[in-house]
Design a protein around this ligand. Sequence first.
Ligand code: CP3
Length: 345
Amino acid sequence: MSLLLDTIQRKGHDRPPVWFMRQAGRYHSHYQAIRKDHSFIEMCKRPELAIEITMGPIRAFDFDAAILFSDLLFPLEALGMGLRYEPGPKLDWYLREAGQVSQLATGGKSLISQLHFQAEAIQGLRMVLPQEKALIGFVGGLTTLYTYAVEGSHLEGVQSAVQGFQDGRWLGFCERLIPLLVENMVLQAEAGAEVIAVFDTSVGDYPVEEWTRVCLPLQKKVLEAFRHRCSKTPIIYYSKNTSFSYWDEIHASLAPDVLGIDWKTPISQAIQKYPMVLEGNLDPQDLFLPRDDLRKKFESLMESVMFLEPENRQRWIFGLGHGVLPGVPESNVRDLVQWVREIRL
Ligand code: CP3
């Protein structure tokens, strides 16, 4: 067993597990050395490369869990939208009007073979990863994948995406994506991922009432279908720019095993409010601070958590509020992981 699974299953443990989104990435010299000779897509699609990149931060920094090195946009490629990285993601075409829904491929089950490279990497990883390290697989949430399909990125606003809630784009897109997305989660779990993370980064860009009415019921369908097939695999559901009004709905409707939150709300407040395991939530920018200032941020986060009842602080996975940013000093990542390993709950 692993510390991450023990924490999620409440088996009793003496320190929080630690892993970061994008722990294998551009800040890491190990990643850069491989990236020099290979494209990002090649690194994801060649299992021996994906395995090596996933293992990099485990060996260098001793995280408690590995997260599959891949990307969440590959299902859009499988639906026929084309995908390249320049270096940010670009699709060949975007869902600008309802008529384009019919250009998306149908039949989730037959499309899943295009994602088989993820299963191969996971199988290989489970062989080289030490037993006590959990392996996390991941997919995008429906809202996030829809936002990329319509807007290209969530940085340019979501006006067109919101219009798509009414004009048939949202429903048409989801009808085609959902079977594939469920298969993608099952593929990873059956290959050996012990936890599946759903990164729904874009959720907070939508008004909470509209998101709850339109998006949440279909995201619930995805999780229910997955749980029906893989009832033992816990789910982490992460969203960004969200707060209690969204989390109340997420808790009531999705009931994820782990709720991941960004850095804008103190994690101790969220732990007190919900019964599940919480994951977070140091500000990713803090990793740029001089070591002593980073230590102060760490200590103030710790102080607020240690103030909680022991039962409550055991429901905590140490993470960032989002992913590790390019340019972060490796020494800060190393120190932070070490400090977490010295915590006694
Ligand atoms: O270690 C890990 O956490 C696994 C790797 C991982 C990547 N992407 C690798 C990557 C994970 C978990 C993701 C998830 C992902 N991908 C999300 C959800 C989380 C989030 O950040 O909001 C999203 C929205 C994407 C889509 C995506 N892929 C974007 C927006 C970009 C470019 C900009 C950026 O921030 O990286 C990518 C490319 C990408 N995915 C890189 C990496 C290491 C950089 C590729 C490179 O140029 O080398």
